[in-house]
Design a protein around this ligand. Structure first.
Ligand code: HEM
Length: 143
């Protein structure tokens, strides 16, 4: 069972972070060849589809992540591993928050969406730190 949850966690992370990387590194810079009207159309179409990817990835990461916490950490005493795990979960929470502000169809978040590229870049950098901490935890606890 652990393998299935680990697979779900890794796959969701790959799809979610890979998707953000593609938008920031490839799609947004490439869209400069389009006229502003074409660019608006493209961004709207991409946002419509990416919204479902984002929400699915967040739900899967939360369920599989909590399972991993229960499986590998719950019985452990407080120590460096728990501290790093707490930092990781907090950073992941910020990534989720940014992603939700960019994708929830609420007028309230329009100012956020006007700076979509900046917020996605911040989310991408934070997600890279989350992966770094995850790799460190992996080596530390199961070596
Ligand atoms: C941006 C969101 C997240 C990303 C990119 C991410 C990524 C990863 C990666 C790459 C691993 C390593 C898996 C392996 O080596 O098999 C991992 C493990 C893990 N993740 Fe996440 N994760 C995220 C969110 C979460 C959340 C929200 C939780 C908890 C609620 C969580 C809890 C865990 C735990 C407990 C492990 C096992 C660590 C260990 O091997 O000791 N993750 N995560």
């Amino acid at each position: 069972m652990s393998t299935v949850f680990q697979w779900i966690h890794l796959t969701a992370a790959v799809v979610g972070v890979g998707g953000i990387a593609f938008l920031v590194i490839v799609l947004f810079p490439s869209a400069r060849v389009l006229t502003p009207e074409q660019r608006d159309l493209l961004v709207k179409a991409v946002a419509g589809r990416f919204r479902w990817v984002t929400w699915t990835v967040i739900i899967l990461l939360l369920i599989s992540g909590l399972y991993n916490v229960r499986q590998f950490y719950w019985e452990e005493a407080w120590g460096p591993a728990w501290a790093f795990l707490t930092i990781k979960i907090a950073l992941a929470g910020v990534v989720f928050l940014i992603s939700l502000c960019l994708t929830l169809p609420l007028k309230l978040f329009d100012p956020f969406r006007e700076r979509r590229k900046r917020w996605l870049t911040i989310a991408f950098i934070l997600a890279l730190i989350v992966i770094l901490i995850s790799a460190y935890l992996r080596l530390g606890s199961h070596a």
